[in-house]
Design a protein around this ligand. Structure first.
Ligand code: SAH
Length: 214
């Protein structure tokens, strides 16, 4: 993500009714935040939010939480949400490493990862959102039957992710494709900002769906 500083974005995030402040206090209480017991789906690294906002509009009976570490990007999603006012969508500006401080055990029904940062250097492998370290964090918060769905055009990151799932004792691969847009999973696929850009460039999009083994 290009890091163009958007002046005032921190203040906008602090003041918005669509962002969650003191997110660790919501742990185990997300049904109170939404005012219902609907399933909770989260996107980690949501960027400007096109994907999660489309899903939230399509599925009013699912609650969505978008997580993004950079204010300058998150603020774009906030602007759209000010217009759309979707009651089933909130945002948190945070580093995903701390995700297990924000959701209780089995509080989350699904996790989306879209075009996550590749962190190509070996010494940064732990920062990849599909690394064993992150799978452990997801295991904590995800319901046993919950899925993680990951899309990327980065074949190295995708191969690494397949390998991490294979090595992880508590995860299994449910399905995967190296060319989403020419696969059975194309129908109903909701595009992200990055996906639109990469598809226009002619890149194939990889997608995997994984689940825990308990
Ligand atoms: N999902 C969007 C954006 C992809 S770029 C899309 O597909 O269009 C990856 C985004 O993830 C960036 O906005 C980056 O800031 C965010 N991100 C990466 N690592 C993160 C982390 N550890 N915690 C929170 N956000 C993260």
């Amino acid at each position: 993500m290009r890091l163009r500083n958007v002046p005032g974005s921190r203040d906008m995030i602090a003041e918005s009714r669509f962002t969650i402040k003191n997110e660790t206090e919501k742990k185990g209480k997300w049904n109170e935040v939404f005012g219902n017991d609907h399933p909770i789906h989260i996107e980690i690294g949501m960027g400007k939010g096109q994907f999660i906002m489309t899903l939230a509009a399509q599925n009013p009976d699912i609650n969505y939480v978008g997580i993004e570490k950079y204010s300058s990007v998150l603020v774009r999603a906030l602007e759209k949400q000010e217009e759309e006012d979707l009651p089933n969508l909130f945002f948190i500006r945070m580093e995903a490493e701390n995700i297990a401080d924000v959701f209780a055990e089995e509080e989350v029904d699904r996790i989306y990862l879209n075009f996550s940062d590749p962190w190509p250097k070996d010494r940064h492998a732990k920062r990849r959102l599909t690394s064993a370290a992150f799978l452990d964090r997801y295991e904590n918060i995800l319901k046993p039957e919950g899925h993680v769905i990951f899309k990327t055009d980065n074949r190295d990151l995708f191969d690494f992710s397949l390998e991490q799932v294979e090595l992880a004792p508590h995860w299994k691969l449910l399905n995967h494709t190296f060319d989403l847009h020419h696969s059975e999973y194309a129908e109903g696929n909701v595009m992200t900002e990055y996906e639109t850009r990469f598809v226009e460039k002619g890149n194939a999009i990889c997608r995997m769906e994984i689940m825990q083994i308990r």
